[in-house]
Design a protein around this ligand. Structure first.
Ligand code: SF4
Ligand code: SF4
Length: 142
């Protein structure tokens, strides 16, 4: 018994703590919250249709995407089904809030290719990936 304790004591001198004091660093596969790069969104509504808790609303005409974070169960289904990879799961938990506010974003509605238009131009009109990352934050409306 004493010998066992001595061995454990000796080991503890050379190893790190078995526990973490605080959640300083997120775990590798931690699910924190959903984020959207609104410039990548084509407002297809697939995330909204597949979301098991029904907390995403997409308005294609108005080019808006809205999430109720208080109903989101962080399952990640929306991230998996998004065809343009506009959605991502961030490891960090969202900030605490005393108001049940929605997260709303406004983007640019995709335009349909017109008859006789060049297919390259049509693709560009649906997406403009170059300017997406920097503009994502400024499109947040709530
Ligand atoms: S986030 Fe993705 S799945 Fe949802 S509407 Fe936009 S493009 Fe479609
Ligand atoms: S993580 Fe799950 S519950 Fe949350 S918005 Fe996406 S599909 Fe809905």
């Amino acid at each position: 018994m004493v010998l066992k304790m001595g061995i454990r004591l000796f080991k503890n001198l050379f190893t790190g703590p078995a526990t973490r004091l605080k959640m300083r660093e997120p775990f590798e596969k931690q699910r924190g919250h959903i984020d959207i790069d609104i410039e990548k969104c084509i407002f297809c509504g697939r995330c909204s249709r597949e979301c098991p808790s029904g907390c995403i609303k997409v308005d294609r005409k108005a080019a808006t995407w809205e999430l109720n974070p208080f109903e989101c169960i962080i399952c990640g289904v929306c991230v998996d089904v998004c065809p343009t990879k506009a959605l991502s799961m961030l490891k960090e938990f969202r900030d605490p809030s005393d108001k049940k506010s929605l997260k709303g974003y406004k983007g640019t509605p995709p335009t349909r290719p017109t008859k006789g238009s060049n297919s390259d131009d049509a693709e560009k009109s649906v997406k403009s990936p170059e300017k997406k990352a920097s503009d994502s934050k400024k499109n947040e409306v709530a």
